[in-house]
Design a protein around this ligand. Structure first.
Ligand SMILES: [Fe+2]
Ligand SMILES: [Fe+2]
Length: 475
């Protein structure tokens, strides 16, 4: 069992003290990280004590500590899950052989790329969310935002550790570049599209943590299968923290739906905007937007890169070992969507390809199924309030910019449209400038303990057995 060195300059369970060079290199990166945090992390309440969870161990019981901390003093550490003794590669060409503790030369650049792309999303989301504390609907929510932010910071640390430890000079350069690319920067943007969009308001934040952090869950879960054991163990531990981020999304949207339902019943109307609420059709548009943008993160339906990563053992499927097949996927097949025909005659169809070439689509399917659970929950909230309305996920071809549908206009119910038809209806499917302005107008910070903004219901319970009215952020 790896020893946890919690008092080191960089808390860790990877024996940093036993590798002076590495320790020095990371200690030189640390002030750059702090400077980045001060410049591009949360823009307000920077020095207020926040009731935060800090990872201090990786064991089954009690891996985290809860206390008020000023964020720049947060103890960002490097923690890998316990190694699984005698672990074997579960898929691909090296299936059945020992996992790797070092990076094989032939896969070095691919592994580095996978780690860089994952790592880049972590600070990106902190940058996207940096102004949200100013308009937090409650101290409880502000605390959750900061919790997500510091943990995304820790996830960056997790990837930077791998880069420094296993990729030499290139890795160190990549670690520096993580702090040089910035979300939405015209000259030096973050790598993935969705991470250059703004998160301008709290409805977007809840949707982002529901839909986009959930993409993170699926990416991390497939990297957890990696034959490169340090990456696998790193992702395993990150997933523990990630669960809370998705909780923020699921519960956040639930609370909005609940509040809207209350306002509808109280005032006997569908239009709760005059009463300071968010209408259900507006919520559906936000779902449409965040869901479709997140689907793009999985990449094209067929992908040689994804196939190569799988064959090499670098990245598996979601819950690879629970699947009952040959784990090679070269001679089994599945359908992927395609568009047949031209112009007015075109239609959405499918074609059969090897499972190996369709891994992005398979991961996307798993993600979609998971997304439905939230919608079911929100629909139950409406049903129990006696409201006759159901949220739906749009068709997976709707509003896509990656893959086979990128050059097609498709309605939420899956009809191919002309540009004219699309333009006629797009305002009823995606948030308009007016919708965003309405949401923006409701975003006023509430900083009295236990009090909620009028557009969102209080949470069912507080954090870590504290009451909802606890001073989660000390002002
Ligand atoms: Fe993360
Ligand atoms: Fe996250």
């Amino acid at each position: 069992m790896a020893l946890v060195d919690i008092n080191a300059k960089i808390p860790n369970n990877v024996d940093l003290a036993g590798d002076r060079r590495l320790q020095r290199a990371l200690e030189q990166w640390q002030p750059k990280f702090i400077r980045w945090w001060e410049d591009l992390g949360p823009s307000a309440f920077k020095r207020n004590p926040v009731f935060l969870r800090t990872a201090i161990d990786v064991g089954r019981d009690g891996w985290a500590n809860f206390d008020h901390v000023e964020m720049p003093d947060y103890r960002w550490g490097v923690f890998l899950a316990e190694p699984e003794p005698d672990r074997k590669i579960a898929f691909g060409d090296h299936k059945g052989t020992d996992v790797w503790q070092e990076v094989p030369g032939e896969y070095r650049s691919e592994l580095q790329r996978l780690i860089v792309v994952q790592g880049d999303t972590e600070p990106a989301s902190v940058e996207q969310q940096r102004h949200l504390s100013l308009t937090a609907p409650s101290l409880y929510d502000m605390r959750n935002l900061f919790q997500v932010n510091v943990e995304e910071g820790r996830h960056l640390w997790a990837m930077v550790y791998l880069l420094h430890r296993y990729f030499g000079r290139d890795g160190r350069d990549e670690a520096d570049e993580m702090l040089e690319r910035h979300s939405g920067d015209a000259d030096n943007p973050r790598i993935l599209g969705a991470f250059n969009e703004e998160t301008p308001d709290w409805l977007s934040f809840y949707m982002f943590t529901y839909f986009t952090d959930r993409d993170g869950k699926y990416q991390l879960a497939s990297l957890r299968e990696s034959a490169f054991d340090p990456l696998s163990r790193t992702c395993d531990f990150m997933l523990k923290e990630e669960a809370h981020h998705m909780f923020v999304g699921t519960s956040g949207v639930t609370r909005v739906v609940q509040r809207t339902a209350e306002l509808m019943n109280e005032h006997g109307t569908d239009d709760v905007h005059p009463h300071g609420g968010l209408n259900l059709d507006l919520l559906q548009k936000y779902i449409n937007f965040h869901y479709s943008v997140s689907l793009d993160l999985f990449g094209a339906e067929t992908s040689t890169n994804a196939a190569n990563y799988f064959a090499a053992g670098l990245k598996g499927r979601f819950q690879e070992e629970r699947r009952d097949d040959d784990h090679l996927l070269k001679t089994s097949y599945r359908d992927v969507p395609t568009v047949d025909g031209e112009g007015a005659d075109s239609r959405i169809a499918s074609r059969e390809v090897t499972q190996l070439s369709a891994l992005n689509e398979t991961l996307r399917d798993d993600y979609i199924e998971d997304c439905r659970k939230g919608l079911d929950r929100w629909n139950r909230t409406l049903a129990s309030a006696g409201i006759d309305f159901t949220f739906a996920l749009p068709h997976s071809a709707f509003n896509r910019e990656v893959g086979v549908f990128r050059d097609h206009k498709v309605s939420p119910d899956g009809r191919l449209l002309s540009n004219g038809q699309w333009n006629e209806s797009v305002e009823s499917w995606l948030p308009t400038a007016d919708d965003r302005a309405h949401v923006g107008s409701l975003m006023k910070g509430v900083t009295e303990p236990g009090v909620m903004a009028g557009w969102v219901a209080p949470p069912a319970q507080g954090i870590h057995q504290k009451p909802v009215e606890y001073d989660y952020v000390k002002l």
